[in-house]
Design a protein around this ligand. Structure first.
Ligand SMILES: NC(=O)c1ccc[n+]([C@@H]2O[C@H](COP(=O)([O-])OP(=O)(O)OC[C@H]3O[C@@H](n4cnc5c(N)ncnc54)[C@H](OP(=O)(O)O)[C@@H]3O)[C@@H](O)[C@H]2O)c1
Length: 267
């Protein structure tokens, strides 16, 4: 009996050490919205390869094939349905993930236009504006990130890194007149997203939560395959740059609008 006590003590110490090592080395977690294609999918791939816990969300009724493949390849990828315009789905996932800290909340899901990507589409041109498309685009690009951030703020607060990222766009810029007209809804939505994020940055700064907006560049995602704008960048390059930028963010960066490599982006 007397002999057992030191053994028990050693077991206890070992268990404590194991627990603290697990806590210290806990992999960081990223939650990505709209991760079944383009920039979001590449974020999921690169964070998974870095060993992060990845919560890859999508709005489809069944698991999209690229995400299924990623989850088959990496045990640290969890796929979940979350339409950013659907409050019930958002709250359901937030509840399911209760107790899971989210180091980086990546508001990536976005809608450039309703239907096929076609820049001759005139539903966002003055004179032929489609107001149903306005509702859809603003709901996805502005209300969505707001709903998601409110639902997951507890998870972010509980994390080590405490970062909220919004994938914005240079289409939000108001200080420089646009070269061309059109694309009213998209540009307005990203400008509103920026306003939302700077307000959030002010609200959360004292809690150590860093909120940053990123313009990813003109990225050659699958949907842009038929387009060749000057200065377009490959998706893995743009996302690799953004991950480095996100890794290096501190609370001193909160409220900033940056290019993918961390350089300042004009407002
Ligand atoms: N590519 C560029 O050059 C560029 C430039 C500036 C900014 N951005 C921004 O980058 C972000 C990603 O866009 P991308 O270029 O990668 O295009 P993308 O391939 O079309 O990706 C957009 C993603 O958002 C998802 N999504 C749309 N509505 C959603 C909703 N209600 N709930 C959840 N997910 C939703 C889409 O899902 P579905 O497949 O189901 O539609 C898709 O997975 C967007 O915010 C976009 O505005 C892109």
């Amino acid at each position: 009996m007397i002999k057992m006590q030191p053994k028990l003590f050693i077991h206890f110490i070992c268990a404590c050490l194991l627990l603290s090592i697990t806590t210290i080395t806990r992999a960081e977690t990223v939650l990505i919205t709209g991760s079944n294609s383009g920039i979001g999918l590449e974020f999921a791939r690169q964070y998974a390869a870095k060993g992060w816990q990845v919560i890859a969300t999508h709005r489809r009724d069944t698991t999209p094939e690229p995400l299924q493949k990623l989850a088959d390849q990496y045990k640290n990828v969890r796929v979940a349905q979350m339409d950013v315009t659907n409050r019930d789905q958002i709250n359901k996932l937030a509840t399911q993930l209760q107790g899971t800290p989210v180091d980086v909340l990546l508001n990536n899901a976005g809608l450039v236009m309703v239907g096929e990507l076609d820049f001759r589409n005139n539903s966002q041109s003055f004179g032929t504006l489609n107001y149903d498309h306005f509702d859809a685009i603003l709901a996805t690009n502005v209300k969505g990130p707001m709903l998601v951030t409110e639902a997951f703020i507890g998870h972010v607060r509980a994390s080590k890194q405490k970062k909220i990222i919004a994938i914005s766009s240079s289409s939000a810029v108001v200080s420089v007149p646009p070269a061309n007209g059109g694309m009213y809804w998209y540009g307005m939505s990203k400008a509103a997203l920026n306003k939302l994020m700077v307000t959030l940055a002010a609200d959360l700064k004292n809690e150590g939560v860093t909120v940053v907006m990123l313009h990813p560049g003109f990225v050659k995602v699958e949907k842009m395959a038929g387009f060749d704008f000057p200065g377009m960048v490959e998706t893995p390059v743009a996302v690799g740059n953004m991950i480095k930028t996100i890794d290096g963010l501190t609370i001193n960066d909160t409220g900033k609008f940056m290019q993918n490599d961390g350089k300042p982006q004009a407002w």
